[in-house]
Design a protein. Structure first.
Length: 103
C-alpha cells in the first residue's frame, strides 16, 4: 500500500471515529481510534460515513476534515506515532491499517 493511500485511510478512519478536537490526544488514543473504527466500519464504511456527513452537514464536515488533515499531518510528523501498538490494535488481524507505516 502506498504512503498516499495509507494517509487517506488514516484520514477516513479518523473522520469516522469518535475523536473530537477537544479530546486529549495521545499516541494510544489516536491509534486505538484508527484501529477500532476500521474494525467496526471497514474502509468502505468509513468512506460512506464521510459521504453522509458531507451530504447532511457540509460545513461541519469540512471543519472536521480540516482538523483530521491537521491531525494526520501531525501523525506523519511523528507527534502521535505510538512506540508500541496497544494489544487490542495489534491483535486486530490482517485488515488493520499499518499505522506505523503512515508515519
Amino acid at each position: 500500500m502506498t504512503r498516499m493511500k495509507i494517509n487517506e485511510a488514516v484520514c477516513e478512519a479518523l473522520f469516522a471515529s469518535s475523536l473530537q478536537p477537544s479530546d486529549t490526544l495521545t499516541a494510544e488514543t489516536v491509534a486505538h481510534a484508527i484501529g477500532s473504527t476500521i474494525r467496526r466500519l471497514g474502509a468502505t464504511g468509513c468512506s460512506k460515513h464521510i459521504a453522509e456527513e458531507f451530504s447532511n452537514r457540509p460545513d461541519e464536515a469540512a471543519d472536521r476534515m480540516r482538523w483530521v488533515r491537521q491531525l494526520s499531518g501531525d501523525l506523519c510528523g511523528g507527534a502521535y506515532v505510538p512506540t508500541e501498538l496497544p494489544a487490542t490494535t495489534s491483535s486486530a488481524g490482517a485488515d488493520l491499517l499499518p499505522v506505523r507505516e503512515a508515519a
